[in-house]
Design a protein around this ligand. Structure first.
Ligand SMILES: Cc1cc2nc3c(=O)[nH]c(=O)nc-3n(C[C@H](O)[C@H](O)[C@H](O)COP(=O)(O)OP(=O)(O)OC[C@H]3O[C@@H](n4cnc5c(N)ncnc54)[C@H](O)[C@@H]3O)c2cc1C
Length: 414
């Protein structure tokens, strides 16, 4: 059997390695458009590679995977985060778990993951062809596929094709798949910061536990929020951008962001908190007595907006000011005016529709010997190692599916 894997990213390389170990007699070739394999993996996690997550803080997969949770649930029956950690440890990569449940190599070096995969591929006998950008995959009338390349490399024939070309925010990025007539969910960016003008005075402030939502929608998220020169970022905003990626693209990144600086407290809770401060700290200045979770610089800005003076004593704060402050603390509204990249890290929402797939093997229904894995599919996650976990899990499912198919078995899931 002759297998062509298109794209030497996390999903493609992991799949190639697993498949060649399972089927040593098969010819497994990886075709990569760039001059290096695993170039993106090398820069993940700021060069440290957040390769998975313990999932301890995730109640349902939908929380981590706004698109593709069902697929991931099935994939986890074959290869989940614990299997991923065991696999890398068995290959000699010691791992460490951070307090936020993100998993990194203990070396804090993404290149250790890159070298582990590349060394494994080389030892197993996978063929790696760099600078081979695929321009077209054509199903043949008999069996198999013809794969053509951009440059002058000759076309090749493969019995089985596995497409792992990653995300692409441009719809043309998937043109090479046109002859296969697969449905594509239009790609749009996910994981971005919000541009909000007038925030630069508060730049650098981190509020550790806020909840954020988009007015008039069901989209909400919680976590830490960072005020930047351009607007707002941090885990809560990135999570919201991921869950609302398609909606925000549709409204051209113009929306009202509502911030609850007291996490899930209601306006009544906030009023009670202020009353308690009036009673307990009545003699203190507004500037000097604040809820512990709100940083002092932010507190000054919020109280000023509520009409309170920093040199005013709590005992002098009237009912109207109190109501206004309670409303600002729990439903502070900002106009989103656009989006910008967060540390160059982004993923694509959209890609090949999951309706095209047999979810047990990730083979396409239209072409049983064509498989897909990774970000090329309409699967993406919030930050925290979940995107790479999706690549590992899907790559495993495909390798398992191809191997089982080659010996006429059906894939069993746990
Ligand atoms: C800066 C940055 C940091 C990130 N950090 C993290 C992190 O720490 N943890 C995490 O979980 N996720 C992270 N992500 C997301 C994660 O890297 C991706 O979700 C993951 O790499 C997707 O794997 P993939 O194999 O599907 O695609 P990719 O890794 O993108 O690989 C696709 C490969 O296909 C090749 N290709 C594309 N088109 C063609 C073609 N026509 N012919 C041949 N080859 C082609 C590309 O050149 C590429 O090498 C990060 C993303 C970025 C941009």
């Amino acid at each position: 059997m002759n297998v062509a894997i298109i794209g030497a990213g996390a999903a493609g390389c992991f799949c190639a390695l697993l498949l060649k170990r399972r089927l040593p007699e098969a010819q497994v070739d990886v075709y990569e458009g760039g001059s290096k394999a695993l170039a993106k993996l090398a820069i993940t996690g700021g060069g440290r590679c957040n390769l998975t997550n313990t999932f301890r803080d995730i109640r349902s997969l939908q929380e981590a995977y706004p698109r593709g949770a069902q697929l991931m649930k099935r994939a986890f029956c074959q290869f989940d985060h614990e299997a991923t950690m065991r696999w890398f440890e068995a290959e000699g990569v010691a791992l460490t778990v951070q307090d936020d449940q993100c998993v990194f190599p203990r070396s804090q070096d993404a290149m250790q993951i890159v070298h582990t995969l590349l060394r494994g591929m080389e030892r197993a006998g996978v063929g790696l062809h760099l600078r081979h950008k695929v321009s077209r995959i054509e199903p043949l009338a008999t069996t198999g596929f013809e794969i053509s390349f951009m440059a002058d490399a000759p076309a090749v024939h493969a019995d089985v094709v596995i497409v792992t070309t990653g995300g692409s925010p441009r719809p043309q990025g998937l043109d090479f798949l046109a002859p296969l007539t697969l449905k594509i969910e239009p790609p749009v960016p996910s994981l971005f910061s919000f541009n909000i003008s007038g925030m630069s005075d508060l730049m650098g402030i981190v509020a550790n536990a806020v909840s954020v939502r988009l007015a008039g929608t069901k989209f909400r998220a919680d976590g830490a929020l960072l005020i930047t020169h351009w607007g707002m970022s941090g885990p809560a905003i990135l999570k919201l951008s991921s869950h609302a990626a398609r909606h925000l693209a549709e409204v051209n990144y113009r929306a009202q962001l509502i911030v609850n600086w007291l996490a899930d407290a209601t306006e009544d809770d906030a009023r009670l908190l202020i009353e308690q401060m009036q009673h307990g700290e009545g003699g203190k200045l507004v500037a000097n007595a604040r809820p512990s979770q709100i940083p002092s610089r932010l507190w000054l800005a919020l109280t000023r907006r509520a009409g309170l003076r920093p040199d005013q004593r709590w005992s002098e704060v009237g009912r109207k000011q109190m109501n206004r402050l309670a409303s600002i603390l729990t439903a502070d509204t900002y106009p989103i005016e656009g989006q910008s990249r967060h540390k160059e890290e982004f993923v694509t929402c959209g890609g090949i529709s999951l309706n095209e797939l047999n979810l047990n093997t990730l083979a396409t229904k239209k072409h049983p010997n064509l498989y897909l894995a990774g970000e090329v599919l309409d699967v993406d996650a919030i930050t925290g190692g979940f995107n790479l976990q999706a690549a590992w899990s899907m790559a495993y499912v495909v390798a398992n599916g191809v191997a089982a198919n080659s010996i006429g078995q059906t894939v069993k899931t746990a």
